[in-house]
Design a protein around this ligand. Structure first.
Ligand code: FPP
Length: 252
């Protein structure tokens, strides 16, 4: 199957699932505030929604699930909230890694790792190493991730190759740039879901989203259920994808 083939060949009931689903998990703070709870509680409940979603994605036969866990812009939040999000990542990897591994989940990480605490880098490396042979579901964790930064990193890699005389200027193409992104072997997302009612990409997978279908759901992330995912997939299946051509390829 080529990189841009839209569909995974698995169908559950009468739902044909997309091969790669990416999620902007938004609304943790508003979920908490609407209940008079601290924002941190929203993030904690967000991790539970994440666990449910990983399980559902595996059961549905989704091949790749990318989650926006911490954006390059999230550093502008109050230090206490950043500490909480880092602590949640640590806890998620320490508590859930064995389970993910047992369930055939391979963890991949995209984003800038250089500026992260050394222990977080070690945990991310460990998760990737331990699960590298797994194939049931690829869970791509976008952590300290920004799409513009990722594209700039790819441009830097190409510029370095040009400067070293290893790459001709005429060989700087869209395909070449794509091959210099953080995880060039992954297929582009077929479906990007954003929760909480916001309708924008917020610097998430800007390159890879060129032909993705976008589905926006009003649900705050902590309330995201398997049924929310299934409904988004049903919506995706109604769409006709033409990839710039004239022939429609439906989501099914
Ligand atoms: C958006 O909610 C969510 C985030 C900034 C982080 C997403 C994090 C999790 C789901 C939990 C952590 C998981 C891992 C693996 C680290 P928001 O705070 O922007 O919500 P708001 O827009 O309502 O304020």
């Amino acid at each position: 199957m080529s990189k841009n083939e839209p569909l995974h060949a698995v169908a559950i009931g009468n739902i044909a699932v997309p091969r790669h689903v990416a999620i902007i998990m938004d609304g943790n703070g508003r979920w908490a505030e609407s209940r008079g709870l601290p924002r941190a509680e929203g993030h904690r409940r967000g991790v539970e929604a994440l666990r449910r979603t990983v399980r559902a994605a595996g059961d549905l036969g989704i091949g790749f699930l990318t989650i926006f866990s911490f954006s390059a812009e999230n550093w502008s939040r109050p230090p206490s909230e950043i500490r909480e999000l880092m602590a949640l990542l640590r806890r998620f990897i320490r508590h859930d890694l064995a389970d993910l591994h047992r369930n055939g989940v391979r963890v991949r990480v995209i984003g800038e790792r250089e500026n992260l605490d050394p222990d977080i880098r070690r945990l991310l490396d460990e998760a990737e190493q331990l699960t590298r042979e797994n194939e049931r579901l690829i869970l791509v964790v976008a952590f300290n991730y920004g799409a513009r930064q990722e594209i700039a990193r790819a441009a830097q890699r190409m510029a370095a190759a040009v400067a070293a005389g290893d790459l001709a200027v005429s060989a700087v193409t869209a395909d070449k740039l794509a091959s210099c992104l953080d995880a060039p072997d992954l297929p582009d997302p077929d479906l990007i879901i954003r929760t909480s009612g916001e309708q924008r990409l917020s610097n998430f997978l800007l390159w890879q989203a060129a032909y993705s279908e976008l589905v926006f759901v009003p649900t705050y992330w902590p309330d995201f259920e398997r049924s929310t995912l299934e409904n988004a997939i049903v919506e995706y299946c109604r769409r006709q994808r033409r990839f710039g051509g004239l022939v429609a390829r439906t989501g099914s």
